[in-house]
Design a protein around this ligand. Structure first.
Ligand code: HEM
Length: 430
């Protein structure tokens, strides 16, 4: 077994300062210095960063049952409760088995219809030529799709300003995750905790209103939950809020990145338009979309490589384990830094360049590409997200030429990786 190298730092503080100063690039710098698996000295935490395919296979697949989610998810738990994303207990598996068929099969045609309706309204509302501020526009679009798919009602019928609320939750959540704030227990009434509580109360009020709905839209997640006799109101609340938060912002960030990248790469945009003009998206054959439109999916995959919305995952070892050729003791916190993993130069040539063609052939090691995680805890919404991305990008590229405005992506590591502000493109109707 190979000894895990350690990046030691200042007394008491360890590497907190360089890490917090540059969350995205410092881990890549240390990869060059220390290799594919290393430990970073961070007080009370000392995470092991893993960029090794075999070790990742052990974490997500072969030995996944010996890992639980790391303490990083404690902050998320404040909002999401015990929903699928944060649930580590015995109820995770039955809940996943209950929800998976809805997300994968039953609801998928409804979801495609909802997405198509919303993007049609969005494109119809665009002027012949105009510059679009992507953040508000795309977030509203994906939130409208999510609220209709999950709650069966339009975002305008929500009793609260949902986009603003979820944005605040993301910002406050990111602040709470930063050292040393994550060490302060949630019951301490700091200004941050008071704000978080107030937002969560408003969200809960809205969810409760939906749970009281006597006639939910057939096929919506709400419908499935309300008609399931075995679920408590708390469980329904936690799953609905998890789906809303996990599903809407991640997808919005990915769509924004694809549009900005296409604006900056006119040749790829033109090639993609040729492919799109030759192939429509027939809902009945959604399982073949990837084969019918390989460049569309390669563009999406490449955007998710460069700017993975779920940019970091954490696990904690519940026993002494071997991962790849490394030993880690029980209690070790493992960080899978997806942003850095996707830019490891030994695996990705020209890692910072937008080159969709790298996804036109199978990857040498699928563990080096984890935008949706892996193993049994892989993103349950992966198929929905790809369908939504494909439908939206297909519609926009078919109807508009996309030009750069303020289209440089400056990724900001919040709870999700957001493409940063300002971000806008110019659309000219074809
Ligand atoms: C581009 C969009 C998306 C990305 C990049 C993404 C990414 C991820 C990742 C990386 C995980 C694994 C987290 C971990 O292992 O710790 C995950 C889990 C999850 N995602 Fe997504 N996601 C996306 C869209 C969605 C959508 C649309 C939904 C809802 C329909 C969703 C719901 C969930 C849920 C419930 C989990 C927890 C699954 C479990 O542990 O059983 N996600 N997602």
């Amino acid at each position: 077994m190979t000894q895990i190298p350690v990046k030691s730092g200042m007394p008491l503080l360890g590497n907190v300062i360089p890490f917090v100063r540059d969350l995205l690039h410092y881990p890549i710098q240390l990869y060059h210095e220390l290799g594919p698996v290393y430990r970073m000295a961070i007080p009370t935490y000392n995470p092991v960063f893993v960029f090794d395919g075999d070790a990742l296979r052990d974490i997500f697949e072969k030995q996944h049952r010996w890992f639980k989610k790391s303490p990083d998810y404690t902050t998320l738990k404040i909002t999401l409760g015990n929903g699928l994303l944060t649930n580590d207990g015995p109820t995770w598996k039955p809940m996943r088995q209950l929800i998976q068929p809805v997300v994968f099969d039953l609801g998928i045609q409804t979801f495609i219809r909802i997405t198509t309706d919303h993007i049609t309204r969005w494109t119809d509302s665009m002027p012949l030529e105009g510059t679009i501020d992507l953040h508000p526009s795309i977030k509203r679009l994906t939130l409208s799709i999510a609220t209709e798919a999950f709650f069966g009602s339009s975002v305008d019928q929500m009793g609260i300003n949902m986009p603003q609320l979820v944005d605040s939750l993301n910002q406050l959540g990111a602040a709470k995750m930063r050292f040393p704030r994550h060490l302060i227990p949630y019951w301490v009434p700091t200004p941050l905790h008071i704000k978080l509580r107030s937002i969560i109360r408003k969200m809960d009020g809205e969810i409760d209103r939906h749970l009281a709905n006597p006639a939910p839209e057939p096929g919506s997640l709400l419908d499935v939950f309300l008609n399931h006799p075995g679920l408590s109101n708390r469980e329904k609340r936690d799953e609905l809020i998890t789906f809303l938060i996990a599903g809407y912002e991640t997808t919005a960030n990915a769509i924004m990145c694809v549009l900005a990248l296409l604006a900056n790469h006119p040749t790829i945009q033109a090639q993609l338009r040729d492919e799109i003009n030759a192939h429509g998206l027939d809902p009945a054959t959604f399982k073949s979309w990837r084969h019918q439109l390989p460049l569309l999916f390669a563009v999406i995959q490449e955007a998710l490589r460069l700017y993975p919305p779920a940019w970091m995952m954490g696990r904690q070892a519940t026993a002494d384990l071997g991962i790849g050729r490394y030993d880690i003791p029980k209690g070790s916190n493992v960080i899978v830094d997806v942003y850095a993993l996707h830019r490891i130069p030994d695996y990705w040539s020209d890692p910072n360049d937008f080159k969709p063609e790298r996804f036109m052939t199978p990857l040498a090691d699928k563990m080096m590409y984890l935008p949706f995680g892996g193993g049994p805890r892989v993103c349950i919404g992966q198929q929905m997200a790809l369908i939504e991305l494909a439908t939206i990008i297909h519609a926009v590229v078919r109807q508009f030429d996309i030009f750069p405005a303020q289209s440089t992506i400056r990724p900001a590591p919040m709870v999700t990786l957001t493409p940063g502000r300002p971000l806008s493109i110019t659309l000219v109707r074809r």
